[in-house]
Design a protein around this ligand. Sequence first.
Ligand SMILES: Nc1ncnc2c1ncn2[C@@H]1O[C@H](COP(=O)(O)OP(=O)(O)OP(=O)(O)O)[C@@H](O)[C@H]1O
Ligand SMILES: [Mg+2]
Length: 237
Amino acid sequence: MNDIQNEFISTVSHELRTPLTSIRGFSQTLLNSWDKIDDESKKKFIGIIEEQSNRLINLVENILAVSKINTDKPILKPIDVNCSIEKVIQLLKQKYKSHNIEIQPNKHIPQVRLDDDKFQQVMTNLIDNACKYSEEGKNVIITTSFFDSDNVLIKVIDEGIGIRDEDKAKIFEKFIRLENHLISKTQGNGLGLYITKNLIELMNGEIEVLSNKSGTEFWLKFPFFSEEEALKCYRQS
Ligand SMILES: Nc1ncnc2c1ncn2[C@@H]1O[C@H](COP(=O)(O)OP(=O)(O)OP(=O)(O)O)[C@@H](O)[C@H]1O
Ligand SMILES: [Mg+2]
């Protein structure tokens, strides 16, 4: 086994052990001292068990996604990106009820060469981050437009805590979570952006991050499916 695999396994084991230890500890306390614990504490402990279970599920899903990056080749088809993004937004609105998540689409853009499942996974990770790293009530805007006559430009714009210049390259590495005041309140394993960047590159796309103290923008570029159709739409737009 090489060093990278060893390091991955040791990090994963650590990430698994932390929530499992907490789940076991709180369930043992509840089982052994049920009659001595007041209702409010019971509710709090069960809440922690639920939260840690969700953390495990998220970790297992992300590890599966990482392991599939090199084996699961994308199936590239013509995709209506506005429609796919809309589906992702509808799902995430249920998770982030107090954020205002909105698409500002260019309705004239032609179809894009993408694997729809993988594209939706990319958009889910980015919009999830945009909500997670901004306060409740903030806007999360997704725009679509022509980058040029061959490529679409998709922006995910948030009003969150921002990312410092020196951290911008780090966030795409495995298991990186930056220190900030929201990190302890939010769940994550630091795999989302690693998966996102890899999936984007597998679909011949590019990702860039722009950020300052008042928010962050992720810019995505992907080629249109048909060059001819794209040129026609571009000229008309
Ligand atoms: N929109 C954003 N605004 C501010 N910081 C961000 C944003 N997106 C990502 N980050 C920072 O980059 C880190 C890495 O993001 P990534 O999505 O890979 O991991 P995560 O959200 O912590 O966990 P996971 O996605 O695996 O559940 C985050 O922990 C956070 O510190
Ligand atoms: Mg994330």
